[in-house]
Ligand binder design. Structure first.
Ligand code: UDP
Length: 322
């Protein structure tokens, strides 16, 4: 199978590329390098620099004998999406429409989409399964859900089969050290913890310690990007075998609190991580965890790299070299 990985030079994309190469697939990366970096490219994957907002560019890439695509390109900062929804509408919706139209025009009919737990909004129960009501609390989450709706229509009208993977909190780095690119101005907890550990920032601000959780800080479901990568490979194999379109959660159902992440990091790296308690961040639910039984049943997928020790060690190996 020849797979076009759109956004394959980014943090999650590069781990997906590695997983597909490991399963013997041929890969072409399509990326505009706006947040992705050439450091994340693999020698045994082709690379086309291009932008999904430019229809001719994505059409050209799609016409390179592609059997299926993985669509990761898009904007992903929740806070920014609330301040600048236009940017998110343009990149995450117009861009997706271009990709889908280019698929139809070039006869490509298999798509894996990187969706998010953000589609659910405030959990009514946890762990959340795929039947949990969808009610995004951010414009970012809205764009992810809109893409899923577009995919359903393109499936019905144009026969594009898709697997939408709703990631919970993506963390960790390739354990062989094959992915080295660090995100600029990270917004997520673990890279922020790492930056505090290497002295790149003063301290971690813990957003709220008065939640109704075991230590008062928020609980999230942290899933290693290597485990996300293998789910993409399995999802492509499912569609290759003629499987039906699916929406699947990817998480561990094991929640970790913000304080536990910091304490565990200190333990694993043997250094203090300065932190302070700060007010709650608007829109943060206390607990967000995934029920991922459906991915296990349908894909035969298991999270194998997502114990905290592994997540932190693999991330530290990259940050420690800064
Ligand atoms: N968080 C924090 N300080 C930070 C960044 C994040 O306390 O500087 C908390 C945040 O409130 C949430 C958890 O860490 O409970 C994970 O946040 P992140 O932004 O990584 O992912 P989210 O769960 O919001 O998608």
């Amino acid at each position: 199978m020849h797979i076009l990985v759109i956004g394959g030079a980014g943090y999650i994309g590069s781990h997906v590329v590695k997983a597909l190469l490991n399963r013997g697939m041929n890969v072409t990366v399509f990326d505009n390098l706006s947040t992705g970096t050439k450091i994340n490219l693999f020698d045994n994957a082709d690379f086309i620099e291009g932008d999904i907002l430019k229809y001719e560019q994505i059409l050209f890439a799609m016409k390179q004998n592609v059997d299926g695509i993985v669509l990761l390109a898009g904007k992903k900062a929740v806070g920014e999406s609330m301040e600048n929804p236009m940017k998110y509408a343009f990149n995450n919706i117009n861009g997706v429409v271009n990709v889908l139209n280019a698929m139809v025009e070039s006869g490509v009919n298999k798509a894996i989409f990187s969706s998010s737990a953000a589609v659910y909004g405030v959990p009514q129960y946890s762990p959340m399964d795929e039947e949990h009501p969808v009610n995004p609390m951010s414009f970012y989450g809205f764009t992810k859900h809109e893409t899923e709706r577009l995919l359903k229509w393109y499936d019905e009208l144009k026969g594009i089969k898709f697997v939408s993977l709703r990631y919970f909190n993506a963390v960790g780095y390739d354990e062989q050290g094959d992915v080295k690119g660090l995100e600029e101005n990270p917004q997520n907890l673990l890279p922020i913890v790492m930056e505090a550990a290497i002295g790149k920032r003063d301290k971690v601000k813990i957003f709220g310690n008065d939640y109704e959780t075991r230590d008062g800080t928020c609980i999230r479901d942290y899933i290693h990007v290597t485990d996300l990568g293998s789910a993409h490979a399995l999802a492509l194999e499912l569609l290759e075998k003629g499987g039906a379109s699916q929406i699947l959660n990817l998480g561990t159902s094991q929640g970790s609190s913000v304080l536990e992440m910091i304490t565990k990091t200190q333990e694993v790296i043997g250094r203090p991580v300065p932190y302070e308690f700060a007010p709650r961040r608007a829109g943060d639910p206390a607990v967000v965890t995934a029920k991922a039984d459906k991915a296990r049943e349908i894909l035969g997928w298991e999270a194998q790299h997502s114990d905290l020790d592994n997540i932190i060690r693999s991330t530290w190996n990259v940050y420690n070299k800064q």
